[in-house]
Design a protein around this ligand. Structure first.
Ligand code: RTP
Ligand code: MG
Length: 141
């Protein structure tokens, strides 16, 4: 499988719980390297643009409200099959349906506050990485 990059966000609920380190440790133990990272408090405009694909969905307003409720940690993860690997580590969108041992099962309680985001395809990963990072902010290893 090819080396890929994916965008990960540790969402405000997980940052507030001081789970940043434990979540990043899971990525690293699974063979995903952090090649870029920053903490940001998203504006409504930045969060809304990020989730633009969900603009017409009934949960959009709540989603933007939640994503702007506190700081997040945005990272680029690099590794073999990084996009699918990160989604596997995260677990299902709804933590109540997430498999035991996944990040959402262990750190999230609700579908709104579900601890992490991960790109869902190669196209999303490319768009999302460039939404947050310039090429000069990514450090290949
Ligand atoms: P994410 O984009 O945050 O990684 O999550 P995902 O791919 O697993 O889920 P997605 O369908 O892209 O939805 C984005 C976020 O919107 C919230 N959501 N709420 N109430 C609902 O039915 C509902 N559906 C989605 C979740 O917080 C989800 O992470
Ligand atoms: Mg998604």
């Amino acid at each position: 499988m090819a080396t890929e990059r994916t965008l990960s966000i540790i969402k405000p609920d997980a940052v507030a719980k001081n789970a940043i380190g434990e979540i990043i440790a899971r990525f690293e133990k699974a063979g995903l390297n952090v090649v870029a990272a920053k903490m940001v408090h998203l504006s409504e405009e930045k969060a809304g643009g990020f989730y633009a694909e969900h603009k017409e969905r009934p949960f959009f307003k709540d989603l933007v409200g939640f994503m702007t409720s506190g700081p997040v940690v945005v990272q680029v993860l690099e590794g073999e099959g990084a996009i699918a690997k990160n989604r596997d580590l995260m677990g299902a969108t709804n933590p109540k349906e997430a498999a035991p041992g996944t990040i959402r099962a262990d750190f999230a309680e609700t579908i709104d506050a579900n601890a992490v985001h991960g790109s869902d395809s190669a196209e999303s990963a490319e768009r999302e990485i460039s939404y947050f990072f310039g090429n000069d902010e990514i450090c290949p290893r």
